[in-house]
Design a protein around this ligand. Structure first.
Ligand code: PXP
Length: 253
């Protein structure tokens, strides 16, 4: 299972003062040295954290892959096609939201998604669609010709302990359906040191995107250590069976 670290919040701190530190490019280098498989950044329409220049510099600097999160707007897709990152994850975006709130709605606006996926394919860029863990969304992503789905784990992360198993089950089922349909299956949003293990033990999921929790922990223990701890945790999940109700939070987190 690959760990992609979302470093948006390094830029969030920088933008709080509109200055030049901390630098996401330096952060990305440390994240790579700590053993992450790739770097994720979200270039939002309002440029609240990551800026165009960051994306360009990261693209030139990274030794691993970049997963660029974008809304499926023509100008954003044009930018991605020019830069040609390894992968683009298409996400819904609303200016007033604090963070991405839900998965893409594949019934509304499917024309723009279809156009985006085909432009990315022509440019040789892998495409992923950020969707809720739901059969209809998996079918929609397959119909649109995406290479991958990123299953939205936000509902799981926000669920009360009593509801968590049900949400985990939804993720498990959607992951199985995605694999059966020939899609690569990723997952992310709201995953933390405390809740990642059950999701990481789902074998059908090949990539996790984690940001906030790693950057938060880095404030106390440093970025390299925070990434290493998360990578280790994910590795320990490999031998576990994702049985709802039968998992324990890792000791010490
Ligand atoms: N995946 C997607 C599509 C996202 O939009 C985000 C947040 O930017 C993440 C994963 C990472 O979420 P978190 O910061 O909660 O780990």
């Amino acid at each position: 299972m690959r760990l992609y670290v979302n470093i948006d919040h390094v830029a969030t701190i920088r933008e709080a003062r509109r200055t030049d530190e901390p630098d996401p490019v330096r952060a990305a280098v440390l994240v790579e040295l700590a053993g992450a498989d790739g770097i994720t950044v979200h270039l939002r329409e309002d440029r609240r954290h990551i800026q165009n220049r960051d994306v360009t510099l990261l693209h030139e600097t990274l030794r691993t892959g970049m997963n660029l999160e974008l809304a499926a707007r023509d100008d954003m897709i044009a930018l991605a096609c020019e830069l040609r990152p390894l992968q683009v994850t298409l996400v819904p975006e609303r200016r007033e939201e604090i963070t991405t709130e839900g998965g893409l709605s594949l019934s509304e606006g499917s024309d723009s998604l279809m156009r985006a996926v085909s432009r990315l394919r022509e440019a040789g860029i892998r495409s992923a669609l950020f969707v809720d863990p739901d059969e209809v969304m998996i079918q929609g992503a397959t119909d649109l010709g995406a290479d991958a789905v990123e299953l939205h784990t936000g509902e799981y992360a926000n669920a009360s302990l009593g509801d968590r198993d049900r949400e985990l089950q939804r993720i498990l089922e959607a992951a199985c359906l995605g694999r059966e349909a020939g899609l690569s299956v990723h997952a992310g949003h709201g995953l933390t040191f405390e809740n990642v293990l059950p999701v990481a033990s789902i074998r059908e999921i090949e990539e996790l995107n984690i940001g906030h929790s790693i950057v938060s922990r880095a404030v106390f223990v440093g970025l390299e250590r925070a990434v290493r701890e998360m990578a280790d945790l994910i590795r320990t999940a490999r031998d576990r069976v994702p049985t709802p109700g039968k998992w324990l939070p890792p000791i010490g987190y």
